[in-house]
Design a protein around this ligand. Structure first.
Ligand SMILES: [Zn+2]
Length: 207
């Protein structure tokens, strides 16, 4: 199974992929998205209508940086302390996943203590600079943390560039089997061009 652990829809203030479009992209590519909109889970009920497997997630902007919860049912508010968000995720059985760790150009969590408290470290983010991803990967290897990749797609053309390949079936798409399968997962990543993103934003072409 191929999973993109970090995808935004139009329910994010800066996202331009409608849930319907994402459903068709997912069908076309066979990549299952973790829908991780900024500080909201409002896309989940809409996406469920398409009856396509996905991971309900949220990317919360904590006071210290972004944190994603995978398999979330209750949203966590923007601006809370990192550990408050982490506790909230744990209490609802969600998996704490750190996106674009060490990325100081974006709200990436930069202190190692946050990475140590989470379960999964994003070691490839298609929108990050390579040096930040390398640092995240080194950290994850040293600490024995699970590793995954996310495209951080905001525009349709970004989806499909990056995914994590796991030995998992759609009916096993649950926290425990997922954590187990991640131990032997393969990262497939291709960086998206910043220039292309800027052009798309400027001309409002969301190809
Ligand atoms: Zn994101």
């Amino acid at each position: 199974m191929r999973i993109d652990f970090h995808v935004h829809t139009s329910h994010s203030f800066d996202g331009r992929i409608s849930p319907e479009e994402l459903a068709s992209l997912s069908k076309k590519t066979g990549i299952i998205p973790a829908i991780a909109d900024h500080n909201t889970i409002s896309a989940h009920p809409e996406f469920r209508k398409f009856q396509i497997p996905f991971i309900p997630a949220e990317e919360v902007e904590t006071a210290q940086g972004d944190l994603i919860g995978l398999f979330i049912t209750e949203p966590v508010k923007k601006g809370v302390d990192f550990y408050e968000a982490l506790d909230s995720f744990r209490s609802q059985g969600a998996i704490p996943y750190i996106p674009h760790m060490f990325d100081s150009l974006r709200p990436g969590l930069v202190k190692e203590e946050y990475g140590k408290a989470a379960d999964i470290i994003e070691v490839f983010n298609a929108r990050s600079l390579e040096r930040f991803d390398k640092k995240a990967e080194e950290f994850a290897r040293r600490e024995g943390k699970l590793m995954a990749a996310g495209s951080d797609s905001h525009y349709p053309y970004e989806f499909g560039t990056t995914y994590t390949e796991l030995d998992l079936t759609p009916d096993q798409l649950q926290p425990k089997p997922l954590l187990k399968a991640l131990k032997t997962a393969k990262i497939v990543g291709k960086r998206t061009s910043l220039l292309k993103r800027k052009i798309a934003k400027y001309f409002k072409i969301y190809i």
